[in-house]
Design a binder for this molecule. Structure first.
Ligand code: CAA
Length: 292
């Protein structure tokens, strides 16, 4: 199964892909489901690879993403999410609205009872939620269109680097749906409530320059420089100690839910661990843990 394959070497890149029919993950198989996973030491890359369908997404893809997240090797610190071809992702595969071979149509899904439908959507969301884990930093490299589920996948990442031709659009309301792949919270946190309402309820496309102004993209670069910009960011992130990075990300992730006093306490608690890890062995005998 995937974990052995994904985590096996730690040295050589391991490739993992999933088949839409049985949704199993197996190393070395063609990426029929439209997503490819590679692990190279501390860096994992998720590549949407249906460029001929503009990387349109399916539930099989979301399951594969969830499994990859579950089996992410411990050494991985950075996850880069990218799309092949001219678009990052055109969002939901629209053939699902009517029914596609090997996939349940939306009319079949809609007929499920509440509990089953809730479970199913939660399962879809699992493909996105793991990208926020404190132990990793996830980066979306966005070129061309990031529509609906594509926009939400970019929002699921910690950071976004956009090419100048990037266009972000929350299309779901225009199709009578809501964005339900975990994108609404990061969107509101990044751009603020009024702009999130305006963007979603007009379903308009936001270009790269606007995205950078709103904080939707950390950096915008010419299309030909996207990979280089991502690599530079990865190099900078990897230069920081992994434990300090994870502890700091934990603090930052929790900051918005805590009061100032609670956050100050959380900082103390994380710092105690850092200090003890870094300096305890150097402390004079009896000074650490002796109530000083
Ligand atoms: N689903 C299935 N196929 C798609 C697709 C999608 N979302 N987007 C593009 N394709 C297919 C096209 O049908 C076309 O196929 P053919 O070559 O067989 O005709 C091929 O990909 C190339 O598409 P275009 O020729 O349109 O490519 P383009 O570069 O000119 O335009 C685009 C790209 C702007 C993304 C355009 O394809 C487009 O608008 N696609 C639809 C986007 C959309 O509405 N997505 C749904 C978002 S809502 C959502 O995601 C809901 C949710 O999560 C619940």
């Amino acid at each position: 199964m995937a974990d052995a394959q994904i985590g096996g070497s730690g040295e050589r890149p391991a490739e993992v892909s999933a088949s839409p029919a049985d949704e199993t993950i197996s190393a070395g198989a063609p990426a029929e489901v439209g997503v490819r996973f590679e692990v190279d030491g501390e860096i994992a890359t998720v590549t949407l690879c249906r460029p001929e369908r503009r990387n349109a997404q399916t539930p099989a893809m979301w399951s594969a993403l969830a499994r990859f997240g579950e089996h992410l090797p411990e050494q991985v610190r950075i996850v880069v999410v990218r799309g092949e071809g001219p678009s990052f992702s055109a969002g939901l595969d629209l053939s699902l609205l009517t029914g596609a071979p090997g996939q349940r149509s939306f009319s079949e899904i809609a007929a499920l009872d509440d509990a089953a439908l809730d479970r199913l959507i939660a399962e879809f969301q699992r493909g996105f939620l793991w990208l926020r884990r404190p132990e990793i930093v996830s980066i979306a490299a966005v070129q061309g269109h990031a529509i609906g589920a594509g926009f939400q996948l970019a929002l699921a990442c910690d950071l976004r680097i956009a090419a100048e031709d990037a266009k972000f659009c929350m299309k779901e309301p225009a199709l009578g749906l809501v964005p339900d792949l975990t994108g609404t919270k990061p969107l509101v946190e990044l751009v603020g409530l009024p702009r999130a309402i305006e963007m979603c309820l007009t379903a308009r496309a936001v270009d790269a320059a606007e995205a950078e102004r709103y904080g939707l993209a950390e950096r915008v670069v010419p299309a030909g420089d996207l990979d280089r910009a991502v690599n530079e960011l990865v190099t900078s992130l990897l230069a920081i100690d992994r434990h300090a990075a994870a502890a700091t990300k934990r603090l930052l992730l929790g900051a918005r839910h805590r009061t100032l006093e609670e956050q100050a306490a959380a900082e103390r608690s994380e710092q105690m661990v850092r200090l003890r890890t870094l300096f305890a062995s150097l402390a004079p005998q009896g000074s650490v843990g002796a109530g000083n």
